[in-house]
Design a protein around this ligand. Structure first.
Ligand SMILES: CC(C)=CCNc1ncnc2c1ncn2[C@@H]1O[C@H](COP(=O)(O)O)[C@@H](O)[C@H]1O
Length: 174
């Protein structure tokens, strides 16, 4: 399975890096391919290192303006002209999307795929790994949208939440 991951490009503490490394290990050992932003920075680099160490393949989708941060050991690096083209390329190559902790870039990526799903223009599973309750705020907001008629389909059809890396893979099998 080509698993596209959105996550932080920053270096984070162990509360976040340990579950990300565990997720990467399960991905690699499961024989999956990581499709990600192709960067060696922070959590993105850690993810790629751990997938590779566990025997998984790496497909990076990089944007020209971040060429200096490209991950050196990817099996394939795809170059895109801008962030919009990159998001389309990432989603287009994904059999599933997993969202790890991240900042505005991650939020931008996940909201875009959920909006595409809302319109039936993307139909792959999206699973949020809610490490340390990091996404509780986003979840509360989305549940309120769901309960108060802001979504055209049930929230569970757009995105699901997992507490642990193992639970992410259980959900992807379901
Ligand atoms: C100086 C530095 C950290 C450069 C590396 N910076 C980056 N390299 C590759 N993709 C990125 C970078 N920054 C943001 N992104 C994109 O936005 C997401 C991360 O942004 P954020 O850290 O959550 O907001 C990633 O999923 C990635 O697709």
């Amino acid at each position: 399975m080509n698993i596209c991951v959105f996550c932080s490009a920053y270096s984070l503490d162990d509360r976040y890096t340990a579950p990300a490394a565990e997720f990467a290990r399960l991905l690699g050992e499961g024989g999956h391919t990581l499709v990600w932003g192709g960067s060696d920075a922070g959590l993105m680099g850690l993810l790629a290192d751990n997938v590779k160490a566990a025997g998984g393949k790496l497909v990076g989708v990089m944007v020209e303006m971040l060429r200096h941060k490209a991950y050196a050991g990817a099996d394939e690096l795809v170059w895109t002209a801008d962030l919009a083209e990159r998001k389309a390329e990432l989603a287009g190559r994904a059999d599933a999307i997993v969202v790890l902790v991240g900042g505005l870039g991650t939020l931008d990526e996940v909201t875009e795929v959920l909006e595409l799903k809302k319109h039936g223009m993307f139909d792959k599973p999206v699973v949020v790994l809610d490490t340390e309750g990091f996404y509780d705020g986003m979840r509360t907001q989305l549940e309120r949208m769901d309960a108060e008629g802001f979504l055209p389909k049930p929230l569970a059809e757009l995105v699901t939440f997992a507490d642990t890396p193992a639970e992410v893979f259980e959900q992807l099998k379901a």
